[in-house]
Design a protein around this ligand. Structure first.
Ligand code: GLY
Ligand code: MN
Ligand code: MN
Length: 488
């Protein structure tokens, strides 16, 4: 590129980013008050004389100089509201004294270079972290190296252990890699696979490091949703259910798995959801028997059952909804028998999503019903037979993570968990081959309330006859045609 072209490209970038940073942005992200209250609650649960340290998620390289779309670490987002990398948060159980006064949290954010601002837009900076996120004590990352906090004086230094998969961006000395290295040096952290710099090798290993507590503390906070979180989570779930409804109307045997995925994701984006909460799963026939199938590249659905496990992420909160439908609009006899059995297991399980009930109970109930059903259909030889046809659990929390943290003991009000039984009979299974290639999962997102379970994903039909009825409805996609690019 010559200089003129570079200048034009820069101008274009700058113009684009001044627009993207404008006022017309979503207004329903969680407010800074929410994150502040969550930090206060965490503080109240931390051991005396402790400090908890949280790092932002790293950027991940996709190929060459292109990174994957950035996604914040959910714990970090929950506590800060920040959606930027290269940041670290310190929360102290008690107030600390500095020359400037008392503080109980410190937040270090990225100072973007002028070049980085041109490429990826302005960062939030100290000003933004104070005004938009509501932090008082905010600094730039490079100041973390000269932090006056003496970590050795705390009874506990709490953080999640490092996975050693953060790249060093050599153009800066305050990226996530550097922040972590600084922290490791300060706390004398050392494992056989993870050395502090050679110059600091004489430092004794710290004894106050606790890499297990974060998990339990954050699970306790995050497993029960606040009212603000429920608004966003319900929206994510309803959007995902609407995606299922539109595909029920549009599906036909000549459609590809890719197109099915595209229609779902189009519906999410139309509702303003920012991403998928996890890679979309659209598996026809035998592909539906692969639990986390992601290729979604079969060219035609034919007359198979199509398993679609899809969740929109809305303002950070993700749904997790699965429907399994016949590509031609009508369940075959075998498909219906398996489908209705999974439905029966799901219904019985959902009825047990009640306050103080054990979270493990619905799964056991579903398994019993499925085993009895498989036996009656002659697919297994006895109800106690160990078999491969239902190889997963049924109930996990959803929230900022599709598999949200929790203690997994008993149900409590305002928890949201999936109920997702399934039966998968891949080709070659040890049963009559009329069952081969049938994979069914039905997954709904259930809110626990004082008045019993509420199915948040109820907009998408679940009963086999209701699905067939929905599939007869007209679709806007029937008339949405594009030019054939392969025609000579
Ligand atoms: N979509 C992943 C799961 O159902 O757990
Ligand atoms: Mn799930
Ligand atoms: Mn799922």
């Amino acid at each position: 590129m010559d200089t003129k072209k570079i200048l034009i490209a820069l101008l274009l970038f700058t113009t684009m980013f001044s627009f993207s940073q404008g006022k017309d942005l979503p207004k329903d992200f969680l407010p800074s008050k929410f994150h502040k209250e969550r930090r206060a609650l965490l503080r109240s649960k931390m051991p005396n004389n402790s400090v908890a340290v949280f790092f932002a998620n790293p950027s991940r390289n996709r190929a060459n100089d292109v990174d994957y779309l950035y996604h914040q670490d959910p714990n970090f987002y929950y506590l800060t509201g920040s959606r930027e990398p290269n940041a670290v948060l310190l929360i102290f159980s008690e107030k600390q004294q500095s020359a400037k006064g008392l503080y109980n949290e410190l937040f270090y954010v990225e100072k973007k270079t002028a070049r980085a601002e041109v490429v990826s837009g302005p960062g939030i900076g100290i000003d933004g972290a104070q005004k938009l996120l509501g932090f008082k004590n905010v600094f730039y990352g490079k100041d973390f190296a000269t932090i006056s906090v003496d970590f050795s004086k705390f009874d506990k230094v709490i953080f999640e252990d490092f996975k050693n998969d953060v790249r060093d961006d050599k153009r800066t000395d305050a990226d996530l890699y550097d922040l972590i290295l600084t922290f490791k040096t300060k706390i004398s952290y050392q494992t056989s696979s993870d050395k502090i710099p050679a110059s600091d090798k004489n430092i004794k290993l710290a004894t106050n490091i606790d890499v297990t507590a974060v998990k339990g503390l954050m699970a306790t906070l995050r497993e029960v949703k606040t009212k603000e979180e429920l608004v966003l989570l319900k929206k994510a779930v309803r959007i995902s259910a609407m995606g299922q409804v539109e595909i029920m109307k549009a599906m036909h045997p000549k459609m590809s798995e890719t197109e099915v995925q595209g229609i779902h994701e189009f519906v999410y984006k139309k509702y303003g959801a920012e991403y998928e909460g996890y890679p979309s799963i659209v598996g026809a026939g035998n592909n539906g028997c692969i639990l986390h199938y992601q290729e979604n590249n079969k060219m035609s659905l034919k007359n198979d059952l199509v398993l679609m496990d899809l969740g929109a992420e809305y303002r950070g909160y993700t749904a997790d909804v699965t429907r399994t439908i016949p590509a031609n609009g009508k369940f075959s006899k075998e498909q219906k028998l398996i489908y209705d059995l999974v439905y029966e297991a799901q219904e019985a399980g959902i009825a047990q999503y009640i306050i103080e009930g054990k979270i493990s109970t619905p799964g056991l109930t579903a398994r019993k019903i499925i085993n009895e059903g498989l036996y009656k259909l002659g697919i297994i030889k006895s109800v106690d037979e160990k078999h491969p046809y239902f190889p997963h659990g049924t109930s996990h929390h959803i929230g900022l993570d599709v598999h949200d943290p929790g203690n997994y003991t008993t149900f409590a009000e305002d928890m949201v968990l999936t109920m997702e039984p399934g039966i998968y009979i891949p080709e070659g299974s040890k049963c009559d081959k009329k069952w081969w290639g049938i994979g069914v999962r039905i997954e709904d997102d259930i809110l626990i309330t004082k008045n019993g379970p509420i199915i948040l994903s109820a907009d998408a039909p679940r009963k086999s006859d209701e699905i067939e009825k929905m599939m007869q409805q007209k679709s806007i996609f029937e008339t949405y045609t594009l030019p054939d690019l392969d025609k000579k």
